[in-house]
Ligand binder design. Structure first.
Ligand code: PLP
Length: 268
C-alpha cells in the first residue's frame, strides 16, 4: 500500500451546487486532480443552475460540526478549506471546530454571492467571517466584491487587504476583474511583509466555480507543503488552465474543466 501522506487529505466545508460547476464538486475535482484526497463536509444545499441561484438552505451547525469531527478524528488532515458557509451560525461552528486544530493550514474563501449574482449568505455572514475566521486564516481568497464586504470601512483595495491582515489573516489574495480594461487582470497577494502582483490573462465571459477552483488549488498546495506564495502562484496557473479549457454545458456561465482528459489537453 502507498504512503497516505503522498495523497494529503484536505477537509473542505462548502455548499453543494447541483449543476456541478461550483461548491463542493469544484473542490473535489480540483483536489483530486492535484493529488489530494478531498474530504467534503456539506454546509448548505443550494438550488441553482449554470445561470444563477434559486434558493439555498444552510445545514444545521451541529450537523456541520459532526461531519467535520468525524473526519478530523479519523483521517490525517493536512489542510482545511472553507467555501460557502451560508450563515453566521455556520461560521461559528467552523471556528469552534478549528479551535482544536490551530496549526492546520486554513484557506478561507469568503463566498457571499454566486457568479450569476444570486446571494449565498444569510444574516451577518460577512461580519461573522471577519470576526471568527479571518484571524485563523493562513490565506484568505476574496474577489474584489467580497473584499469590500469584509472591510467596508476601507477606501481602497490595499487598505481593505491591510485591514484583514491587521485582523489576523496570514495572507490575502485578491482576485477577479476590476475597473481596468486591457489584456490582463492583476491579482494581488498581500502579506504582512510585501504585496505581490500576479497578472493573468483576461478571459472573456463568465465562469461558474472559478473562485472555488482557485481556493481549493491553493489549499492543495499548502497540503503538499508549499509556502503560501508558491501555493498561490501554482493555484493561479492551475485555475487559468482550467478556465482556458472551460465548456458551456448549460444556458449560463461556462464551467472550468478541472479534470482534463488527454483529449482535452491535446486541444490546448
Ligand atoms: N459555493 C457554492 C455552493 C456555490 O454555489 C458558489 C457559486 O455559485 C460558490 C461557492 C462560489 O462560486 P465561484 O467560484 O463562482 O465564486
Amino acid at each position: 500500500m502507498r504512503r497516505a501522506s503522498a495523497r494529503p487529505v484536505v477537509l473542505v466545508l462548502g455548499g453543494n451546487d447541483p449543476s456541478g460547476g461550483a461548491g463542493l464538486a469544484a473542490d473535489i475535482e480540483t483536489l483530486a486532480s492535484l493529488g489530494c484526497h478531498p474530504a467534503p463536509v456539506v454546509t448548505a444545499i443550494t438550488v441553482q443552475d449554470s445561470r444563477d441561484v434559486r434558493a439555498f438552505d444552510p445545514v444545521a451547525p451541529g450537523l456541520v460540526m459532526a461531519q467535520a469531527r468525524a473526519v478530523l478524528d479519523d483521517l490525517p488532515v493536512a489542510a482545511v478549506k472553507l467555501g460557502m458557509l451560508g450563515s453566521a451560525a455556520c461560521s461559528a461552528a467552523c471556528a469552534a471546530i478549528l479551535e482544536a486544530h490551530p496549526h492546520l493550514p486554513l484557506v478561507v474563501d469568503p463566498v457571499l454571492r454566486a457568479g450569476g449574482g444570486g446571494g449565498l449568505a444569510r444574516g451577518e455572514l460577512a461580519q461573522a467571517i471577519r470576526l471568527l475566521l479571518v484571524p485563523r486564516a493562513h490565506l484568505l481568497t476574496p474577489n474584489r466584491q467580497e473584499l469590500r464586504r469584509l472591510a467596508p470601512e476601507a477606501d481602497s483595495e490595499a487598505g481593505a487587504a491591510r485591514a484583514l491582515l491587521g485582523a489576523g489573516a496570514g495572507a490575502v489574495y485578491v482576485t477577479g476583474t476590476d475597473h481596468t480594461t486591457g489584456p490582463q487582470v492583476v491579482n494581488r497577494l498581500y502579506t504582512p511583509g510585501e504585496t505581490l502582483e500576479l497578472p493573468c490573462e483576461r478571459l472573456p465571459g463568465g465562469y461558474h466555480g472559478s473562485g472555488c477552483t482557485l481556493a481549493a488549488a491553493a489549499a492543495a498546495g499548502l497540503a503538499h507543503g508549499l509556502e503560501v506564495g508558491a501555493a498561490v502562484r501554482a493555484a493561479q496557473d492551475y485555475t487559468l488552465r482550467a478556465l482556458r479549457r472551460a465548456v458551456r454545458p448549460g444556458r449560463g456561465q461556462a464551467f472550468p474543466v478541472r479534470l482534463a482528459t488527454d483529449r482535452e489537453d491535446q486541444d490546448d
